[in-house]
Design a protein around this ligand. Structure first.
Ligand code: SF4
Ligand code: SF4
Length: 62
């Protein structure tokens, strides 16, 4: 299982991570992007991490 973290202080709200997530777990809320889906569906592909221009997105395997 993976824990997804979006640092609100670093997130610019560009939404690139949401666009890249094959499991549709991330969504822009008007200011920042948040985890909105079922985190247990995260496959750890790291797409969200690699496309994030500010380093705000991270995942950790539990
Ligand atoms: S690691 Fe992959 S599946 Fe998990 S939130 Fe990021 S883009 Fe989505
Ligand atoms: S890619 Fe990074 S900066 Fe852009 S919305 Fe996602 S977490 Fe925020």
């Amino acid at each position: 299982m993976f824990i997804i973290t979006i640092d609100p202080d670093s997130c610019s709200g560009c939404d690139a991570c949401a666009d890249s997530c094959p499991a549709h777990l991330l969504k822009f809320n008007g200011e920042i992007t948040e985890v909105v889906g079922d985190e247990t569906e995260c496959m750890g592909c790291e797409s969200c991490v690699s496309v994030c221009p500010t380093g705000a997105a991270s995942i950790m395997e539990m």
